[in-house]
Structure formats: C-alpha cells, structure tokens
Ligand binder design. Structure first.
Ligand SMILES: *Cc1c(COP(=O)(O)O)cnc(C)c1O
Length: 220
C-alpha cells in the first residue's frame, strides 16, 4: 500500500474530533511530501536536528510537533516554528521553553508527558510531580508557554487490558487537571499499535507513524 493509501485508511478510521499527527521520524522528505499532497499538515518528529532540516526544506504551512524527549539545550533550535511540544517532563524544561519563546515573541503550546507505562524506560511525570509543577509560583509566572493538555505512551505489550487501563488512568488524570486548568483540550495518546484503544478511552490526538509510512529501519 502507498503512503497516500495508508493515510487515507488511517484517516477513515478516526472520529472527527481526533487529530492525526503523522509521525515522519526517520522517513525522507519525499514521504512527508506524499502525505502533504493529500492534505496532511501535522507531522511529528522526535529528533531536533531532523525536525529542523525538514522544516527548512518543506512547505511552511506544515505544523511540526516535537514528540520525543527534548533536551533543554536544544529548545532554541525549534522554538521559532514548533507548533506543539508533546514531551514536557520537568519545570526546568518548561522554564527554558518559556525563556526562548519570550525572546522569539511567541507563546509555545506544550503538553505534559505523563508516565503511564509499566516500563521505566519511558519518560514522563507522575501525578504528584505534575501537581507540584502546576501549583508552583514559578509555573504561574510562565507567560510564554501554554499548557494545552497531556501526552502519554502505554506499555509496549500485546495485553490490551493493560494498555486500556493505562489510557484510562491518563484520561482520568486529564479530567482532574482540567479542574485546575480549564482550558486544556488535548489528550495525546495512541500510536499505530494501540490508537483504537486510545480513542475508545478518550484520546483527542493520535501519533501514528508506521501504519502510514511503513516500518522504520531504525528502532526509535
Ligand atoms: C515513534 C513514535 C510514535 C509513532 O509510533 P508508530 O508505532 O510508528 O505509530 C508515536 N509517539 C512517539 C512519542 C514516538 O516516538
């Protein structure tokens, strides 16, 4: 199946209120262009250098989402154009994004990444760390970031009950956070292998790579 056919198929399986982030990491510009030609405008990357290169070379109406772990010293390279940062997992990182965004005269949209998986390899905050940040006076002073919701990755497993449970936990944390930050609206959960479950559990944004662009050569 071609990229365009796969993309059409994925789109047909998504409810209208769910936003698709086409995860183009490791894939060439030509792959992004194919998806772009049939209307896809939101793409996700997990490496700063790769995202910057694609942003420079590809059409400027593409919205670039940083979905990977972001190091503080690399924020400056993406702050001028990134449209959503999915992986915010510390106040330090948030402060750096705020500082750079202020210099660029921008307000940068961010999601807090929450650790929901059993594996400890995945990044993210737990609920206590999340509410610590939200309640801090420093957080209240950040005027150049906008928290628009939460992101999480489920355990990599065939056990769908496990995956469902983790997505349910994230959804309930999202609802809890909403009582303190009423404007949040984005719940980024679900990848190629588990996005159907994620949608059933309340996802509003799915990040799908291999089901659109094919398997990646490098496992990342
Ligand atoms: C690579 C990646 C995806 C997409 O994974 P697929 O299984 O190819 O759909 C989604 N989210 C994050 C954070 C990723 O790093």
């Amino acid at each position: 199946m071609s990229i365009q056919e796969s993309l059409t198929k994925v789109n047909a399986s998504l409810p209208k209120n769910v936003t698709l982030v086409a995860v183009s990491k490791t894939k060439p510009d030509t792959a992004v262009k194919e998806a772009y030609e049939v209307g896809q405008r939101i793409f996700g990357e997990n490496k700063v250098q790769e995202m910057v290169g694609k942003w420079e070379r590809l059409p400027k109406d593409i919205e670039w989402h940083m979905i990977g772990h972001l190091q503080r010293n690399k924020v400056k390279y993406i702050v001028d154009f990134v449209s959503l940062i999915h992986g915010v997992d510390s106040l330090k990182l948030l402060k750096e994004i705020n500082k750079r965004a202020k210099k660029s005269n921008r307000i940068v949209n961010c999601l807090f990444q929450i650790h929901i998986a059993e594996e400890d390899t995945k990044f993210g905050l737990d609920r206590f760390e999340l509410f610590d940040i939200i309640g801090s006076t420093e957080f209240a002073q950040l005027e150049h970031i906008k928290i628009v919701g939460l992101m999480g990755m489920a355990t990599f497993t065939d056990n769908t009950n496990q995956i469902r449970k983790e997505f349910k936990n994230l959804k309930s944390l999202f609802e809890e956070l909403k009582t303190q930050l009423p404007s949040i609206s984005t719940l980024s959960m679900g990848m190629s292998g588990d996005y159907r479950i994620a949608i059933e559990e309340g996802s509003t944004m799915v990040r799908i790579g291999s089901s659109i662009f094919g398997e990646r050569i490098y496992n990342q």
